[in-house]
Design a protein around this ligand. Structure first.
Ligand SMILES: [Ca+2]
Ligand SMILES: [Ca+2]
Ligand SMILES: [Ca+2]
Ligand SMILES: [Ca+2]
Length: 264
């Protein structure tokens, strides 16, 4: 753990870096020639999403769904669907996860989540697709208790958990935590303010790097199962992220989420 003075200096540096703009064009290590592993169009929502873990807002019907699952054999395989929307204030993300054993014990902000079920969102704001975790790169873990572990990259490629954003989240579970009763899964809604990402006015056409992930632990909290949209081995790696493009209306047919709390 860094000393207190180091943390303060780091915070000041990161704040200045953000004020100076996170989408500047200085050269960085990038893999621009690599094909995109996955691409998403993010539909605009004219009405703000209520972050309550219930996907009953009409706008979710217009969002493009993505699907992924872990590579563990049944019956303990988690499967997940995720959707993303945007407005002028927030990027909204929803996950619906099938999980037969729900586990979460941490409740405090910025506590590590070993052993906890939950979702993870990673954003490469400047879309530089670096191999390092840089100051324009952000991550949010959200566990089933609603606790958030957020971080930002540093100029030397480290993960800085001392960075704190203003994301809101709510998870509704279908089951019971930390016991042997069989469970069905959970729905999580998250709102990430654009201001957390150092972006000013956001409009259609903005593109970001994105990965959407599920962290899963079942009966044995020592066994970490994970899956993500872009199929990465290491999540904090913008070079492997997908492309998310903000649009007014998606041009490909959306796979409609239902209005049920848990859709699986
Ligand atoms: Ca909602
Ligand atoms: Ca980046
Ligand atoms: Ca933090
Ligand atoms: Ca689980």
């Amino acid at each position: 753990m860094p000393g207190k003075s180091v943390v303060v200096l780091s915070t000041v540096f990161l704040a200045l870096a953000c004020v100076s703009g996170c989408r500047t064009s200085e050269p960085v290590e990038r893999m621009a020639v690599a094909p995109w592993p996955c691409v998403m169009e993010v539909a605009y929502t004219p009405n703000a999403i209520r972050v309550d873990g219930v996907m009953d807002e009409a706008s979710w019907q217009d969002a493009q769904a993505v699907f992924f699952m872990d590579d563990i054999d049944s019956p303990n395989r988690n499967t997940a669907r995720a959707w993303v929307l945007w407005d002028k204030t927030n990027l909204y993300v929803a996950f619906s996860v099938k999980d037969s054993y729900l586990r979460a014990t941490h409740t405090e902000h910025d506590t590590a989540f070993p052993g906890d079920d939950g979702v993870e969102i990673l954003i490469d704001t400047r879309l530089d697709r670096s191999n390092k975790w840089l100051p324009d790169d952000y991550c949010w873990h959200v566990n089933l208790n609603g606790a958030i572990l957020d971080d930002r990259g540093t100029s030397d490629g480290k993960i800085d958990h001392s960075w704190n954003g203003n994301a809101l989240s709510k998870t509704v579970i279908d089951g019971t935590l930390n016991d042997d009763e069989p469970d069905k899964g959970y729905v999580t809604e998250i709102a990430i303010p654009w201001s957390d990402l150092g972006l000013g006015e956001v409009d259609a056409g903005i593109e970001i790097g994105l990965d959407l992930c599920v962290n899963d632990f079942d009966e044995n909290p020592e066994i970490y199962q994970y899956s993500d949209w872009c199929n990465l081995k290491v999540f904090h790696q913008p070079s492997g992220f997908g492309l998310a493009r903000m649009v007014r209306q998606i041009e490909i047919p959306a796979r409609k989420p239902s209005n049920e709390r848990v859709i699986w």
